[in-house]
Design a protein around this ligand. Sequence first.
Ligand code: GTP
Ligand code: MG
Length: 249
Amino acid sequence: MEQLIHRVEEWVHQQPIEQIYVAFAVLLFTISFFGLLHVLRRSKSNTILLAGLSGSGKTVLFYQLRDGSPHLGTVTSMEPNDGTFVLHSELEKKGKLNPVHLIDVPGHSRLRPKLDEFLPHSAGVIFVVDSLDFLPNCQAAAEYLYDMLTKAIIVKRKIPILILCNKADKVTAHSKEFIRKQLEKEVDKLRTSRSAISTADIANDFTLGIPGEGFAFCQCRNKVTVAESSGLTGEVSQVEQFIRELVKP
Ligand SMILES: Nc1nc2c(ncn2[C@@H]2O[C@H](COP(=O)(O)OP(=O)(O)OP(=O)(O)O)[C@@H](O)[C@H]2O)c(=O)[nH]1
Ligand SMILES: [Mg+2]
């Protein structure tokens, strides 16, 4: 060992001093670059929100993602469910994984304003839709979605939204394409009716879509995608994919 150190010392002495300085500067730069990259990656938000009407299945999804079990017997939530964890399906994976901070915001209209507290720190929103009981709730779901899509924080920070058509385990569940089209139609109606109200009454921060054209989610400045799941049976791979695209493992 001593011999090796001696040899290295000798070699260093033989090198021109400028070369040593350059090598040292390159080393320092590389360390600081990767250090900064690491800090930036860690400081990116790992918070994902579960939103949507009451009964759409948010709490069941929360437990399924955390524990790999639906914890049946959940009742209407009166408080947000909040947890920081590595997804259950990833527990077998080797190495240290970046945990996800998941918040399940209850659908009850009195508790929805909680969303505004969490949005500034969130990386994405999963908007859960009940695809079984979809038609009677379509208008209410579209109103909730419209309010979210027109929030300044969502538009300015371009927060991605996943419209998750849940309860896909039932044969009578509507397809995600059908749900997307119906929601687009309803949001389009809201766009017209709300812009007819005097501007002073409009609480929404941004207008949606392209004037003169029917509304489509692809016109939003933030990315809006549609997927299917069943919190009950554990078919949550598309949800996990959305989460892991935003919260890198
Ligand atoms: N078939 C089926 N039923 C589901 C699924 N997910 C949830 N449910 C049922 O839907 C009901 C509501 O589920 P919750 O998870 O409590 O709904 P929530 O969105 O948390 O409702 P709030 O807390 O009121 O906002 C429960 O009876 C669940 O068993 C699913 O994937 N498939
Ligand atoms: Mg709940």
